[in-house]
Write a protein that binds this ligand. Sequence first.
Ligand code: FMN
Length: 235
Amino acid sequence: MSARDPRLEVDAEMLLAARRSIRAFLPQAVPAAAIDAVLRAAARAPSGNNIQPWRVHVVVGEARDALVAEVCAAYDAGDSRHRAEYPYYPLEFFEPYLARRRRNGWGLYGLLGIGKGDRTRMHAQHRRNFEFFGAPVGLMFTIDRRLAQGSWLDYGMFLQSVMLAACSRGLATCAQAAWNNYHRIVEARLGFAPQEQLVCGMALGYADPAAVENTLVTERAPLDEFVVRHGLRPA
Ligand SMILES: Cc1cc2nc3c(=O)[nH]c(=O)nc-3n(C[C@H](O)[C@H](O)[C@H](O)COP(=O)(O)O)c2cc1C
């Protein structure tokens, strides 16, 4: 199929529109061949000088369960020594990002009927991250810490490619920066090399069609909010 084939355009746009973050999975196992196929397809992502700065730990079965148990225990203990190695967000949010972040958070909690001061249920919902939201497959993405900012751009393309390749096979995903706070546990459990730095985790599996949280469809800002046209009229 050539890049000019109109079917390719439709399929790509359909996939981009169809991918959503899924936060409740069925326990159904994912065949190892399907996991390999997703990662093989995603590795077609571009990277500067084709250096392919990604490395993926696939975590299933007992290894998954042991990681989940240890991180859930640390999360429940509220041990504040667990900190992310790199800042994903600024220390203080500001507009327009603050409003978008709030809308996103309350969109999810609203669906789940979690009210503003309900700390117990918020804790329980955030904890679902550390169970991979019930997904049988956990992915842990690492980068060589000696690489530079450009490789993190490449990495984002790889992550989106993993999610789209999964989506095209009827699999669902949720990228998870939540794991970054517990990178020490992840590193020790999965035996990272000294230069390996956790980028983020990801849940992979089959979406639970009955879960209300999976009905969340997030908004996007309209074109005029983020496009600056120079010498071009709006279409
Ligand atoms: C790198 C990255 C990390 C994320 N980390 C989390 C996470 O820890 N927990 C979570 O529930 N969602 C996480 N998300 C999902 C975002 O909240 C989600 O992509 C956003 O709200 C847009 O919704 P959509 O993915 O359904 O389009 C993450 C997304 C990205 C790209």
